[in-house]
Structure formats: C-alpha cells, structure tokens
Design a binder for this molecule. Sequence first.
Ligand code: IPE
Ligand code: IPE
Ligand code: MG
Length: 255
Amino acid sequence: MPQGPSSTREIPEIGSIPRHIAIIMDGNGRWARNRFMPRVAGHQQGVETVRGVIKACIEREIPYLTVFAFSSENWRRPAEEVSYLMQLFTGALEQEITKLHENQIRFKVIGDLSKFEPKIIEFIRAGEQLTAENKRLTFTIAANYGGRWDIMQAMRKMMTQSAELPLNFDEENLARYLSLNYAPEPDLFIRTGGECRISNFLLWQLAYTELYFTDTLWPDFNEHELELAIQSYQQRERRFGRTSEQTRTAMSAKG
Ligand code: IPE
Ligand code: IPE
Ligand code: MG
C-alpha cells in the first residue's frame, strides 16, 4: 500500500523537510559538450552527482529519493549511447550495492525491466532483496521507466489479478499496482538542465508535487543546489485545491 494518502483524495501531512524528492537528472550531454568531451563523459560525471545527492538526503533525513536514469523514450538515442548507459548502470550497481547496504539504504528499481539482460535483472532483484529491510533512505532508480507505461501496467495487473473488479473501481484500487506503491507521493520534484517538462516521468504521482526547475546541469548539481531546491519548497504554500485562508487555518490548528 502507498505510504501515505492520495493527494487528490486527502490532504497529506506536510513537513518542512520533503519526505520524497523525485529528480529528473538532465543535462549530462550538454555538460560534456561544454567541455569538448563525449556525451558519455557527462553520464559518468552524473553518477558522481547521484552519490552526493544520496549523502545529502541522508544527512537531511529525507526518507525517499527517486531518480530518473533512463526513460522509455531514451531508446531513441544512438545505439552507442544507449549501450554505454546500460554498461554504466550495471557497473555502478555492481560497485554500489554493498555500499548502499552498509549505509542502510533500501534500493529499488522501477521501470520495464523486460528489455534488460537477464543477468542485470537478477542483479537488481538480488540488490533489492539484500537491502529490503533498510530504513534510512529508500533510493529508487527509474530505468526504462515511463509514466504512461506505469499506469498501463498497473491497469493490466489490476484487471488480471482482481477478476471481480467492480466497474466503479477507484484511485486506490489502481494505485496499489503502480510501481512506486511503497512510497508517498513526491513532495518535491527537481529537474536540472533547464527544460521545464515532465518527460513522461511520474505522471500519476506528481499530481500535487511542488515542481522546481533549475538551469544547473546535472553533473554540476550539488548539495548547495539541493539546499536551494528545498528552500524553494519550504516557501511554497501547498493548498491542494483549498483557498489560502483555509490552508493557513488548517496549519495553525495543527500548531
Ligand atoms: C540526462 O542527460 C541523462 C539521460 C537522459 C540518460 P542528457 O543525456 O539528456 O543530457 P542533455 O539533455 O543532452 O544535455
Ligand atoms: C529525461 O531526460 C529522462 C532522464 C533524465 C532519464 P531527457 O533528456 O531524455 O528528456 P527530453 O527528451 O529532453 O524531454
Ligand atoms: Mg536531456
């Protein structure tokens, strides 16, 4: 079951520290191009940024971090780049799983893994199992992920697994089958690299997420940049459809 209510059905608990940050890590290619380096050098540097962001989340006691590593549309890139990204992903996993576990991080991968080599899938599942009980941070990588794919696969599972499905099924019926069903909806969404779009990331879960866009390219993103995003988040008034007055009254009633 999702760790928290659906933001379109209930007003979630809001804290000054986001419980869940979701990031589109964009701008690796441009970072490399600016340095007259091949695009893949940007991806390599991007992995370093991920390490730093995980550490910064732990220090801030942010319990969920989800990053978009490869979209279902990224197969459209040159075969060479796709293959490099796959290698980088596998290599990083092999290197990091033990460290993630040592740091009490629960590791998850969401996305359509059917296109991945069986060896990689096995490795991912083993890593997920190894770290399943860790409580400090749930770190999710979205790989071959697409928001529409997620809603479609949830729909398919729901329909095959619940033969008696009522025609008036509701959000909760479906949300149970979404691939991020173990996490609360993101409070804060960050996209680096200057584009202001969602690019088929978490379409369902971002319904009421606060969006933050920065021109900083992903390899240059660091703890300070994360702090700026969190500060921006802290200045937002999350109304969830209510008026500003209602929101403030509700907040002051809570103390
Ligand atoms: C994001 O950086 C990484 C992936 C999509 C895998 P890009 O590779 O999209 O970098 P730009 O947008 O071309 O600079
Ligand atoms: C989105 O970045 C996907 C990832 C970061 C993995 P893209 O760079 O592929 O997005 P578009 O194509 O510019 O929207
Ligand atoms: Mg890009």
